[in-house]
Design a protein around this ligand. Structure first.
Ligand code: SME
Length: 159
């Protein structure tokens, strides 16, 4: 159920990280990113749509996703949108109200907030995790900490 007031707790985040290892099941590359997207979208009620983008040249290309609908933003130039901004800056972006952020590229009418977490590899950002929430202010610094740990796991099995 996707209701408000159910942001992630520290205890849940700790358990999720343990269970994610099981869900990834030693996979690598795209299979590991598919597992991460599915796990996050299925296990965390506030994560309404989850995508993993991969840096290809000057673009972010959607590699894995899990959610109720596909997005038309399957290729985003680095620098564009919240996704492109986070990739360029190499820093997590949390937008508590997408309606107030001029950078925002809309995918779904239901989205109210968004978090984008870069995935770092050798030589810089290799991809990112993009999560849309259907509530305003769905993401806290705890989601940032948790998802940055998930991004490190993704990086460890990137290829
Ligand atoms: N909202 C993103 C685009 C990707 S969709 O959320 C799937 C952005 O502003 O970059």
């Amino acid at each position: 159920m996707k209701s408000s007031g159910n942001r992630l707790t520290r205890e849940q985040a700790r358990e999720l990280l343990v269970n994610l290892d099981t869900a990834m099941a030693g996979s690598r590359g795209k299979a590991s990113r598919d597992a991460i997207a599915k796990f996050l979208n299925t296990m965390v009620p506030t994560y309404s749509w989850v995508g993993v983008y991969v840096v290809e040249g000057k673009d972010l290309v959607l590699d894995a996703w899990s959610g109720p609908a596909a997005t038309e933003h399957t290729r985003i130039p680095v620098g564009n949108g919240i996704c492109g901004f986070a990739a360029k800056a190499g820093k997590t972006e949390i937008v508590s109200d997408v309606g107030k952020d001029p950078r925002y590229l809309q995918c779904f009418l239901s989205t109210r907030s968004e978090i984008v977490v870069p995935i770092s590899g050798q030589g810089g950002v290799v991809g990112e995790i993009d999560i849309d929430g259907d509530q305003l202010d769905a993401f806290s610094s705890l989601d940032r900490e948790f998802l940055e740990a998930v991004a490190r796991k993704a990086s460890n099995v990137w290829t």
